[in-house]
Design a protein around this ligand. Structure first.
Ligand code: COA
Length: 335
C-alpha cells in the first residue's frame, strides 16, 4: 500500500518589514488642512503615520523589508521576486528587477503586481502559482508603497489616510499539511466601480469614501468567509484575522459581520495608516514581533482595494523566529 503524498504548496518561511523613521502625528498633518486630530482618530482610528523622505524610493523601502525577510530565513537563495506596489519608481521598467539587483539577486525572475491594496494577496497567489508549477522553489514576495505621494496636499479626505512602508515574506516549496502552508486563495475584482478610488494620469487621488467603505466591508467579509470555508475551517476556528488596514471602522465592521472579536483582529492602523500593498505584511511583522501571532494560530489574511479588487487566504502560523518590529532599528535612516 502506498501512502498518498500531501499536495505541494507554498510555505511561509521568512518575514520582515520596515517603516520610514519620520513619524507624522495628526496634529502636524492638520496644520494647513481643514481637519482635526479628533476627526481623524474618531473616523479612521489613525493617530500617526510614517512618511518616507523624498529621496527614499519604493525600491529602497522594498529592499529594506526584503533584506529583513531573507535574513530571517538565513539564506538569500531565491528564484523569483514578486513586488506588489501601486507606487513603482518608474512607469517602466517594473521596480522588482531593481529590488532584485539591489539585493544581489541579478539574474532572478522579478516583476511587479498591481492590485493596489489587495496587491500583497494577489502577489502571494502569484508566488504560490510559481511554486506549485515548479517554476520556482523559493519566492520573495514584497509589498511596498509610498502611498503618501498620491493625495493632493489640500485634500483632507485622503491625506490623513495614506502613508508609506514595506513588508516582505519568503515562500518556499513544501506540502499543504505543513504549518505555514498557504491555503486556497480567493481573488476577485469589479472594474465597474473603478471610479470610487482613482489616481488619473498626472493627477491626484480622488476617493468616494462612504461608497468605498461599504464595498470594503462587504467584500472583505465575503472573501474571508470563502477562504475560511475553502480551508475547511469555521470562522470560530480563526485565531487571528489580518485585514488590510484601511480604516479601523472598516475592520471593526468586518469583525461584527463575521463575529470575530477585537482580540482576534490584528490592527496597527493607529501607527501606520493605510500603507497600500505593505499593509498586510507590516501588520504580520508587528504581530509577530509583539507576540500577537503565535505558532499554531489559524490565520486569515484578507484585503480589499481600488479596482475594485479583493482577496484572502489562510495559513497556520509556522515556527518562525519573531520578526523585528518594523519601527525598530530601521535601516531607512535617510530622513
Ligand atoms: N476632517 C473633517 N471633516 C471631514 C474630513 C476630515 N478629514 N473628511 C471628510 N470630512 C467631512 C465631509 O466633508 C463630510 O462633511 P458634510 O457632512 O458637511 O458633507 C463629513 O465629514 C462626513 O464625511 P464622510 O465622507 O461621510 O465621512 P466618513 O465617516 O465616511 O469618513 C472616510 C470618511 C474617508 C474616513 C471613510 O469614508 C473611509 O474610510 N472610507 C474608505 C476609505 C478607504 O478605505 N480607502 C482605501 C480603500 S483600500
Amino acid at each position: 500500500m502506498t501512502t498518498p503524498q500531501a499536495s505541494q504548496a507554498a510555505v511561509l518561511c521568512g518575514l520582515g518589514a520596515v517603516l520610514p523613521p519620520r513619524v507624522v502625528r495628526n496634529d502636524e498633518l492638520c496644520a494647513g488642512l481643514d481637519t482635526t486630530d479628533e476627526w481623524i482618530r474618531s473616523r479612521t482610528g489613525i493617530r500617526e503615520r510614517r512618511i518616507a523622505a523624498a529621496e527614499v524610493s519604493t525600491a529602497d523601502l522594498a529592499v529594506a523589508a526584503a533584506a529583513r525577510a531573507l535574513e530571517s530565513t538565513g539564506s538569500t537563495d531565491v528564484d523569483a521576486v514578486v513586488l506588489a506596489t501601486t507606487t513603482p519608481d518608474h512607469l517602466m521598467p517594473a521596480t522588482a528587477p531593481s529590488v532584485a539587483a539591489l539585493l544581489g539577486l541579478t539574474g532572478t525572475a522579478a516583476f511587479d503586481v498591481a492590485a493596489v491594496c489587495t496587491g500583497f494577496v494577489y502577489a502571494l497567489a502569484t508566488a504560490a502559482g510559481l511554486i506549485t508549477t515548479r517554476t520556482a522553489r523559493t519566492v520573495l514576495v514584497v509589498g511596498a508603497d509610498r502611498m503618501s505621494q498620491l493625495p493632493a496636499a489640500d485634500d483632507r479626505t485622503t491625506r490623513p489616510l495614506f502613508a508609506d512602508g514595506a513588508g516582505a515574506v519568503v515562500l518556499r516549496s513544501g506540502t499543504a499539511t505543513e504549518p505555514g502552508a498557504l491555503g486556497p486563495m480567493v481573488l476577485g475584482s469589479d472594474g465597474a466601480h473603478r471610479d470610487l478610488l482613482v489616481v488619473p494620469h498626472g493627477g491626484h487621488m480622488q476617493m468616494q469614501g462612504p461608497d468605498l467603505f461599504r464595498h470594503a466591508v462587504d467584500r472583505m467579509s465575503a472573501v474571508t468567509r470563502q477562504a475560511v470555508q475553502l480551508a475547511r475551517w469555521r470562522l470560530a476556528d480563526v485565531d487571528r484575522i489580518v485585514p488590510h488596514q484601511a480604516n479601523a471602522r472598516i475592520t471593526a465592521a468586518v469583525g461584527r459581520h463575521l463575529a470575530i472579536d477585537a482580540d482576534r483582529r490584528v490592527q496597527n492602523i493607529e501607527y501606520v495608516g493605510n500603507t497600500g500593498a505593505a499593509s498586510i505584511p507590516l501588520a504580520l511583522a508587528q504581530a509577530s514581533a509583539d507576540g500577537t501571532l503565535q505558532r499554531g494560530h489559524r490565520v486569515c489574511l484578507t484585503a480589499f482595494g481600488a479596482g475594485l479588487t479583493w482577496g484572502a487566504t489562510t495559513l497556520t502560523w509556522p515556527d518562525l523566529k519573531p520578526a523585528a518590529h518594523p519601527a525598530h532599528d530601521t535601516p531607512m535612516e535617510r530622513t
